[in-house]
Design a protein around this ligand. Structure first.
Ligand code: ADP
Length: 889
């Protein structure tokens, strides 16, 4: 394309586009953002908007499409959702005042992780941008939410931990170095699973020196030690790269990113990706909804900040006893002072999202209404602070101390901004009377001007005798007299015609023109002064960002504790005691979500006892639908709730802190990655066996279901042997199974205990009692469950006949034998040696080695055979085999 042929504006467009080749350029033209050429083709297709054309100086019109500026946020959001980056070129001067071409500049690049519009962000969730740097076997991870100013850094040294972090934050955008991109991590899988946009950035983002420098400059420190980052060499590079990326896309000073928080993944309970999904902590497995999750039960927060913090607490339960107890004490004190708590909740209710408001204030995108919302939030702070002052628990008292009532800002906004200002900043009507003398004077001139106009209108009416004479105003012609056609003859000579309409004419006079100049001058000056004053107020608030963020964090904390307390009281939860001895003892525990989904106290409570000794592993049997999964998840959820500081649904509970919780529940095909159910199941089992420790809690549901009975039983058996062996693992485990043979392990392997979920037989039917009791179930009641589910009677009757013929007594008898052998082995050797396994495999090969069919197969010279020979040989061998089977039948 010959650029010199293009119109000057299109030349500027092309130059700007050249600077942002990987972005779609939104180019502001009046009330629209326009896109041209390829961008226009892409956007019109992606957003289904009409493609038009624009004369651009070339022989062909440039493809063009546009979106209205007032609705730009939703279009932007849809594009970044689809993985595009959008550069926004704004008009930098008022087109009316521009001499020549209006100046335009890119003011911001919007990407999924850097979008800040309150209209598109979910206020109960953070929107994270994550930087990942892979270097010397270490992953540096830095996570930022630029809408709130949160900024964190950590390091991990395995893929698994990295995925846990990605899963914990579920960022909407990841930026990374090339080494990570090429590290063999399945990028497509990552993108699909987390719906995240990943881009590998240029190496200039990851220079060690430049990363250190940008962090030191941003946080205004002389050395990174001051930020607590000295131990995070790779983390620093990730943080520096994220910072650089935000600077380059936002083109703003980012004053609201005031701290960087380094953390170690060892500070929190490890919950891996599939466990988070299985336990439905913040979204349900299938519908991905909040309803039906632990968050749904616990979230009674009143503010967006509280909602986000509660979600983070659920995602990261604690592992230090003192910290857990500090939180519990806060909840307990609120429970006991429930009137004060209700009062706090009322004050929290009208508080807006201070974190995101201060973000917009720092960005200079906050409008006058935002400031009024800010003020109405601040109004509540002194009351909350006063009530917190009455509390004794360490955490509540601390939150009270940290809450700055910000009354100086409250007064500033109250003095400066009118109660109901417009959203726009450039049309006046923002600043209160009495705030600024100059503004008052201009306002007076404006109102007096209106009186003068009224007087002039009356005088002219009298003078000319035109009864319908009116002074009117519009943006194009300014002030004018309007005379209807019936009085046209009475218009005096000194009236100057401005415009003719079908039924009236419009005029001006010298006097009217003079008045217009005074009024319009005052108006224009006032509008621009009000804009300046508004920006000044906004900047003054922006300068207090640290105080405001601290207060916002404190409000979030109070909101979370009030929420936990409200739920604890309403749902009859108890304060669990927390122990370091590894004992989990729950009396009459309930599943927090299932109980809430049920009507009328239908939920049957159950006890749990697990320890690191004789009660390490419960083998839980019982028919399908008896309640095994519910029970096991209930235990995991109660442990998790206790560790996040919440009270728990039980009559009594003593919870030994768990470092990790693993679950392997149900069979979910991972279609996205193309793995079979059984493969997924075994991958998860492998992960658990490798990473669990003695202090972990394992919930294993129906291990081995995905394969044949014999394989499945053998795997389940071997898994139990491995876990319960305290030298190998010894983790506390709940193991549900439909292989009744596994109940043989109690008494054979130390630490294994049998439990079953009771059912009552009533003739041919069964009734679920939902109660967990000691002992193994002796029947699977599969046919009864099938009947309950509505399988036709004829099929049920036939199934019974077959079951009788097949009697599984054989398998059970065999299981007894194996249990004996295994008991001998474990008595003699605590740890089975791998070569024993090899021995068994060898013996299988030994037997087949002598088989003549196998020998013949082995000796075939495939390279010299024709396809027909091969077919014939195979056919012969197969017939031989079939005949042999016939003989043995
Ligand atoms: P299983 O894992 O044994 O097949 P589930 O745990 O899926 O059984 O439970 C089946 C249904 O039984 C659940 O959907 C739930 O509604 C109900 N249920 C489970 N446990 C209880 C209980 N303790 N009290 C009342 N209903 C329960």
């Amino acid at each position: 394309m010959d650029l010199s042929q293009l119109s000057p504006m299109m030349q500027h467009y092309m130059e700007t586009k050249k600077e942002y080749p990987d972005c779609i350029l939104f180019y502001r033209l009046g009330d629209f953002y326009e896109m041209f050429f390829d961008d226009a083709l892409t956007v019109s297709k992606e957003l289904e908007i009409t493609l038009t054309g624009k004369d651009c100086g070339l022989s062909e019109r440039a493809p063009m499409c546009g979106v209205p500026f007032h609705a730009v946020d939703s279009y932007l959001y849809r594009l970044v959702q689809k993985g595009y980056k959008v550069a926004i070129a704004e008009q930098m001067e008022d087109p009316k005042q521009a001499k020549g071409l209006v100046k335009r500049e890119v003011i911001r690049v919007v990407t999924p992780g850097t979008i800040t519009s309150s209209q598109v962000l979910d206020e109960t969730k953070n929107n994270y941008l994550m930087g990942i740097v892979y270097m010397d076997g270490i992953y540096g991870i830095s996570t930022a939410d630029i809408s709130t100013g949160d900024f964190m850094v950590t390091e991990v040294d395995s893929d698994r931990e990295l995925f846990d972090e990605i899963n914990k934050f579920s960022p909407s955008e990841i930026i990374c170095n090339n080494a990570f991109y090429m590290s063999g991590v399945d990028m497509d899988g990552l993108k699909n699973r987390y719906q995240v946009v990943i881009s590998s950035l240029d190496s200039r983002f990851f220079g060690e020196e430049s990363c250190r420098r940008i962090l030191m400059e941003h946080f205004k420190v002389g050395a990174l030690v001051g930020l607590g980052l000295e131990d995070y060499a790779t983390g620093i590079i990730a943080a520096g790269a994220v910072m650089q990326y935000i600077y380059e896309t936002q083109k703003s000073t980012l004053e609201h990113i005031t701290t960087v928080t380094p953390y170690s993944t060892g500070q929190y309970m490890v919950i891996d990706t599939s466990t988070r999904r299985n336990l439905e902590l913040v979204e349900t497995m299938r519908e991905k909804q909040k309803r039906g999750t632990l968050l749904w039960v616990l979230d009674k927060t009143k503010t967006a900040m509280g909602a986000r913090l509660l979600r983070a607490c659920i995602e990261q339960p604690l592992i230090h006893r003192d910290e857990i107890i500090r939180r519990q004490n806060a909840v307990e004190e609120l429970n006991m002072n429930y009137i004060s708590r209700e009062e706090i909740c009322e004050y929290l209710n009208p508080i807006y999202d201070l974190e995101r408001l201060i973000g917009r204030i720092s960005y200079k995108t906050a409008n006058p209404r935002d400031l009024i919302a800010f003020r109405s939030s601040l109004e509540m702070l002194p009351y909350i602070k006063r009530i917190l002052g009455e509390f004794n628990s360490e955490l509540l008292a601390e939150l009270g101390r940290e809450l700055d009532p910000l009354q100086d800002i409250f007064r500033l906004i109250g003095d400066a901004i009118v109660e109901e200002p417009p959203i726009t900043v450039r049309e006046g009507g923002i600043i209160k009377d009495g705030y600024n003398q100059e503004a008052d004077k201009l306002r007076q001139a404006k109102t007096e001007g209106k009186n003068w106009l009224a007087e002039l209108e009356a005088r002219e009416k009298e003078k000319t005798g035109i009864k319908t004479l009116k002074v009117k105003f519009n943006k194009v012609f300014g002030y004018y007299f309007e005379v209807t056609n019936s009085f046209k003859d009475q218009v005096p000579d000194y009236y100057i015609r401005k415009q003719t309409l079908t039924n009236a004419e419009r005029f001006t006079t010298d006097e009217l023109k003079q008045l217009e100049d005074i009024i319009m001058g005052a108006e224009e000056k006032l509008v621009s002064l009000e804009y300046d004053l508004f920006c000044e107020v906004r900047d003054k608030i922006g300068a207090e960002v640290i105080r405001i963020q601290k207060t916002a964090k404190s409000i979030a904390g109070i909101d979370v504790f009030c929420s936990l307390s409200v739920v604890a009281t309403r749902r009859n939860y108890v304060k669990p005691s927390i122990n370091d001895k590894g004992v989990i003892q729950i009396k009459n525990g309930r599943h927090p979500v299932v109980e809430q989904m049920m009507r009328d106290d239908m939920f049957v409570a159950n006890d749990t006892f697990l320890d690191n000794g004789k009660n390490r592993l419960s083998v839980i049997t019982g028919p399908n639908m008896a309640g095994k999964s519910t029970y096991m998840r209930q235990v995991a959820l109660i442990v998790l709730m206790a560790q996040l500081g919440s009270f728990v649904p039980a009559q009594e509970a003593d919870i030994g802190i768990c470092d990790r919780v693993f679950t392997r529940v149900g069979a979910s095909d991972d279609l996205a990655s193309g793995q079979s159910t059984f493969m997924v199941e075994m991958t998860e089992v492998a992960n658990i066996l490798r990473n669990a420790t003695r202090n972990s809690l394992l919930v294993l549901d129906e291990i081995g279901r995905g394969t044949s009975t014999f394989d499945g039983l053998s795997i389940a058996w071997a898994v139990i042997e491995h876990i319960s062996n305290s030298k190998l693992l010894g983790a506390k485990t709940l193991f549900a199974t439909h292989y009744h043979e596994l109940t043989e392990l109690e008494g054979t392997i130390a630490g294994v205990k049998n439990y079953c979920i009771a059912v009552k037989e009533q003739g041919d039917d069964i009734v679920f009692l939902r109660k967990i009791v000691r002992g193994g179930a002796d029947k699977s009641y599969g046919i009864q469950v099938a009947k309950l589910a509505g399988v036709p009677d004829s099929v049920i009757a036939r199934a019974k006949e077959i079951a009788e013929e097949l009697s599984d007594a054989d398998i059970t008898a065999r299981a007894k034998e194996i249990a004996e052998i295994s008991s001998n082995i474990t008595q003699h050797k605590a740890v089975p040696k791998p070569d024993e396994v090899d021995m068994q495999q060898l013996s299988f090969f030994d037997t087949v080695k002598d088989d003549d069919i196998i020998r013949e197969l082995d000796s075939l010279e495939l390279s010299t055979m024709t396809p027909l020979d091969a077919m014939n040989t195979l056919y012969r061998l197969q017939t031989k085999l079939k005949n042999r089977w016939k003989e043995t039948e």
